[in-house]
Design a binder for this molecule. Structure first.
Ligand code: ATP
Length: 262
C-alpha cells in the first residue's frame, strides 16, 4: 500500500473542501471528474497575489483514461492537486467521484511495507474484511497491474515502475474510483514507463468503474489515452479526444518552430 494512495491522501481521509467546492452539475452525464472555472492563486511574501490557475474547466467521463498535458509550469500538478483535494481552489467548483486516490511522482515515496503483498493489503485494514477477502482483493489488484507474480517479492527489489504499479494496485484494492497520477513516468526508463502506462490502461479496461487522470509531458503517451486536456499558462486551452489533442499540440509546436525560424 502506498502512502500516496487511499490511506494517506484519500478524499475519505481529508477534511471536506468548502461548500462551493463540491458539486455535481448533471448526474446523467456520468462524469467522474468535473472542474468548473477553477482558479488558484498564491500570495507572495511581498503581499502580491500570483495567479497559477485561471478559470480552468474540464469534464472526464466515468471509466476513461485522460491525460493532462502542457509546458513546464503551466499548472498541471496544481490542477491535479485541487482535484485530489490536497489544495483548495481560490474560486470555482470541483466534483470528483470517491474514493479517489493521488499517486506521487517519486516511486520511492510509494511503498512502505516489506513485501508487495503486504504493501497492497496495508490499506485494507479499515474495511473489516476476512483474510480470504483481503487475499482476493490483493491478487485481483496485482493482476490488473501485471504484478501478480511479484506478490511475495521484497519491495526493495522492485524497479521504480514496479513500485508505481504496486502503489496503483493498493488504490485499486481499496476500490478506488478515481486515480489521479502525477507524472509517474518522470523518473523511469522506457521499459518501466511503458509498464506503468499499460498497467493503468489495463486497470481501466478490466473495470468499467475506474477513471484515471494522468499528468505527463510525453506526447507519445497519448496513444494510451481516451481523452486529454491541454493547458498553457494556467488555462485549459483545449479539451477533447486524444487524437484531436495530439493534432492540436503538434500544430502548436510547428507554428512555434515556424515563428522562431522566421
Ligand atoms: N506554492 C507555490 N508557490 C509559488 N509558486 C508556485 C507554487 N505552486 C506552484 N507554483 C508555480 O505555479 C506554476 C504552476 O506549477 P505546477 O507545478 O502546477 O506546473 P506544472 O505544469 O505541473 O509544471 P511541471 O510540468 O514543470 O511539473 C509554476 O510556475 C510554479 O512555479
Amino acid at each position: 500500500m502506498a502512502f500516496s494512495t487511499l490511506s494517506t491522501f484519500s478524499a475519505n481521509c481529508l477534511p471536506p473542501l468548502h461548500a462551493t467546492a463540491l458539486f455535481r452539475s448533471n448526474a446523467t452525464e456520468n462524469l467522474a471528474i468535473e472542474g468548473r472555472k477553477l482558479s488558484f492563486s498564491i500570495s507572495t511574501k511581498q503581499g502580491q497575489t500570483v495567479p497559477i490557475l485561471k478559470d480552468c474547466s474540464l469534464t472526464i467521463p466515468v471509466g476513461q483514461f485522460w491525460m493532462l498535458l502542457g509546458p513546464n509550469g503551466c499548472g498541471k500538478s496544481t490542477l491535479l492537486k485541487i482535484l485530489a483535494g490536497l489544495l483548495s481552489p481560490t474560486k470555482g467548483a470541483v466534483f470528483v467521484e470517491r474514493p479517489k486516490s493521488y499517486v506521487f511522482q517519486n516511486p520511492d515515496h510509494q511503498v512502505v511495507m516489506p513485501t508487495v503483498e503486504a504493501d497492497v493489503a496495508f490499506g485494507l485494514g479499515k474495511f473489516n474484511l476476512t483474510s480470504d477477502e483481503v487475499k482476493l482483493r490483493v491478487s485481483k489488484a496485482l493482476d490488473a497491474v501485471g504484478m501478480l507474480s511479484y506478490q511475495q517479492r521484497s519491495v526493495q527489489t522492485l524497479s521504480g515502475g514496479q513500485k508505481q504499479r504496486v502503489a496503483i494496485a493498493g488504490a485499486l484494492a481499496e476500490a478506488c474510483k478515481v486515480l489521479l497520477l502525477d507524472e509517474l513516468t518522470t523518473f523511469l526508463d522506457e521499459t518501466d514507463q511503458l509498464g506503468v502506462i499499460k498497467a493503468v490502461r489495463n486497470s481501466l479496461d478490466s473495470s468499467e468503474e475506474v477513471t484515471a487522470l494522468w499528468v505527463t509531458h510525453r506526447l507519445e503517451e497519448l496513444e494510451y489515452a481516451d481523452g486529454a486536456v491541454y493547458m498553457e499558462d494556467g488555462r485549459v486551452v483545449k479539451h477533447g479526444d486524444a487524437k484531436t489533442i495530439l493534432e492540436f499540440i503538434k500544430g502548436r509546436q510547428s507554428a512555434y518552430i515556424k515563428q522562431i525560424n522566421s
